[in-house]
Structure formats: C-alpha cells, structure tokens
Design a protein around this ligand. Structure first.
Ligand SMILES: *Cc1c(COP(=O)(O)O)cnc(C)c1O
Length: 370
C-alpha cells in the first residue's frame, strides 16, 4: 500500500543536496572468462589481516551485543603514545572520511568557502557540498602538484577551511615541508588547514611535509590519518584527526555516537602493536612501486614517481580504452575518462599482470604515452 502513497513533492531536502555529486566507488572485481580478477581501483592494502589483528577483532565480535566504548579511550591512549601527541589533541572516527565530515560540519555552512586542489580525493567535493559551503577548486600544476601560491591567492574572507592532500590522490605527488611552512605564513590563522595524509606511511621523499610535526607549531593545522591504507583496515573504518584541543572538541561534538565499533577499535589497537610487521608489508609495496615505475619507463611510458600506494597514468583520451583493456585482462583500475587512470600497487603477481597489460597495449593498441 505504501508504494502507492508516496508524495515526493512534499518531501523537502536541504538545497545543498542538489549540488552533491555521487561518490563513484571502485568497481568490484569481476571474473573474466573464469579467470581471477583483481581490484586495483581503491588503493586498498592487498594483504589480509595479520593473525594477531584478526584475533583481536574476533574477540571483540563476541561482545557485539554491547555498545562500544563511546570515547575510544584505549585506542586514543595507544595513538597518543605512538604519535607522541596528547589524547586531547586527537579525535577518531569511522574512517578519516567521517572525521573530515565532522570537521567540516563543525566549521562550515552556506556562504563559507573551502579551498582544495583539483584533481584530488573524490570525497572532498561531496563533503564540502553537504555543509552548504562553496568549493573553490584550484587546478593542480601541470606536473600534478598543489599550486600553493594559487591556493593562497584564492583565500577570501569567506574561507573557512583549506584541504591539502599529500601525497595527492590520484597524482601521488607530495607537498614539501618548507613549501607548506611558507603557505601557512601566507594564510590567515583563522583558516583551518587540513593536511590529509592518508598515504603518509608510503612516503619516502625526505622533503615531504610531516603534518604531525607541523601541527605542533600551528594551531590552525589539522592532520588526517587513517588505518585504511597502510594498516589494511579499510573495511573496519578507523581514521583520526590530530590538531588543537579546540578543534578536536568540535569534531567530537559532531560525531555520530558509538560510530567506531569495538571490533574496529580493537583491531586498530592490535595493528599499532603489530606495527613493525605491517610496516614491513608497506616496505614491500614501496619496493613494488619502484619496480612498476621502472618497468613502465622501460616500456616507454612517461610516469611520475609516486609517494603513495598507487600510480597515476596520464592517458588523457586513451584512458577509457586502456581501462577496458585492463578489465579484459582481469584488472579493475580507476578510470577518470579523458584524464587518466589510477592503479593501486598490489601484490607482485598483480603488478606483473598490470605490466603485461601495458605491454599488450603497446603492441596492439596505441603508441605509448608521451
Ligand atoms: C583513502 C583515502 C582516505 C581514507 O579514507 P578512510 O575514510 O580513512 O578510509 C582519506 N583521504 C584520501 C585522500 C584517501 O585517498
């Protein structure tokens, strides 16, 4: 009965919702001709949980009839010890995406402006639009970096927040520490500068910014980090913010109560305990990243170094055809038609399969990029 009694015209939503683009998730892997296929479109960690992490999560599963610790006390204490940051300068949530949403909800409303580089993380336009604020997108430089001068010049009296993604998703480029220091001197202290370091553990460039160092001197700096990528907990949703006490308190006010399950909290604590093993896996991925970049260059492809667990292939108008060729071989890459494709560094076999796709492409399809 209810199907025939809907009154869509009487349902009112916030006007901000009209401006929200849909988040396009990485495609699920599909079997091609019965062969296995691999999802290298979401920058996930390819390795399954370590036994200790799995055991901690399983123990927590047994008490799923109970609410989790609302304040995530044990996790905050473990993070505090690990990062050398007091607990009141930390906030956790269901992924760093949730923490970012909370932060924007705490700071922005209609009439405000949020500046970020573009192209960058696809969640930004959505998260900003949801608050009713206006997104000011500043084009990346031709080599895929943040144009910090242009971003500083875009600041107005309406600017509330600036988002800096380093390494940038999808280009893999980092912002340098000295450049960000200069940027912070140029930006009013009343503007929050959010440094999204989702891929920090994969960075090997010594001049790259370290947000946690920077936040100690700058009360308007907030750092976002996550357990989703290097620590392999994408499916459990644990992320964090590091920043001034005042900002962290504002984030907490906006958080959905009990948003971080006990399973997630326990797995994150166990991951910190197992950090040495997890970072060894990260080292393996960083090694594979070099192997992929070198191999692609040998194949005549112009590819930039990446400081994250993915590579950006600036295929321009060939992007869609290349993504289709990869899919036919069982690899789901992230395609931004007309711009480029992002491919996650996976296990060695997956990466080798990707290089085979590129070899085939060189032979049968088009001439190499560049
Ligand atoms: C993957 C990613 C995140 C992490 O999101 P979670 O919600 O923590 O899983 C944040 N920022 C960027 C740029 C990312 O690519």
């Amino acid at each position: 009965m209810s199907e025939t009694r809907s009154h869509p015209s009487e349902l009112r939503f916030r006007s901000a919702l009209g401006a929200i683009p849909a988040y396009i998730p990485g495609k699920p892997p599909k079997r091609v001709d019965g062969r296995p296929s691999y999802k290298v479109s979401s920058n996930e960690n390819p390795y399954p949980p370590l036994p200790g992490v799995l055991r901690a999560a399983m123990r927590a599963v047994e008490s799923m009839n109970r609410y989790p610790d609302l304040t995530s006390t044990a996790l905050l204490e473990a993070l505090s010890a690990r990062l050398d940051v007091p607990v009141n300068r930390l906030a956790v949530g269901a992924g760093s995406a949730a923490v970012l949403y909370n932060l924007l909800q705490a700071t922005c409303e209609t009439g405000d402006e949020v500046i970020y580089a573009w192209r960058s993380f696809e969640a930004y336009p959505i998260a900003v639009a949801l608050t009713g604020a206006t997104a000011i997108e500043v084009a990346l430089t031709a080599d895929g970096r943040h144009d910090l001068d242009a971003m500083a010049a875009a600041v107005s009296t309406k600017t509330k927040v600036i988002l800096i993604c380093t390494p940038n998703n999808p280009t893999g480029e980092v912002v340098r520490g000295d450049d960000l220091q200069a940027f912070l001197r140029a930006v009013p202290v009343g503007v929050l500068v959010v440094i999204d370091e989702a891929y920090r553990e994969f960075v090997r460039e010594p001049r790259a910014v370290d947000g946690i160092d920077l936040h100690r001197e700058h009360p308007n700096v907030v750092v976002l980090r996550t357990f989703s990528k290097a620590y392999g907990l994408a499916g459990l949703r644990v992320g964090m913010a590091i920043g001034s006490e005042l900002v962290m308190a504002a984030i907490r006010k906006c958080a959905v109560p009990f948003g971080l399950s006990d399973i997630a909290q326990q797995a994150a604590i166990a991951s910190l305990a197992a950090e040495a093993d997890l970072l060894q896996r990260v080292e393996g991925i960083v090694g594979e990243r070099s192997r992929m970049v070198n191999a692609l260059r040998e194949l005549g492809w112009e590819v930039r170094d990446s400081q994250a667990n993915f590579l950006w292939l600036e295929l321009c108008e060939d992007t869609h055809a290349f993504a289709m060729a990869a899919e036919a071989a069982g690899l789901i890459v992230r395609s931004f038609p007309g711009e480029g494709a992002r491919v996650t560094i996976g296990e060695p076999e997956t990466n080798s399969l990707f290089l085979d796709v590129v070899r085939q492409w060189n032979v049968h399809k088009r001439s190499p990029i560049g």
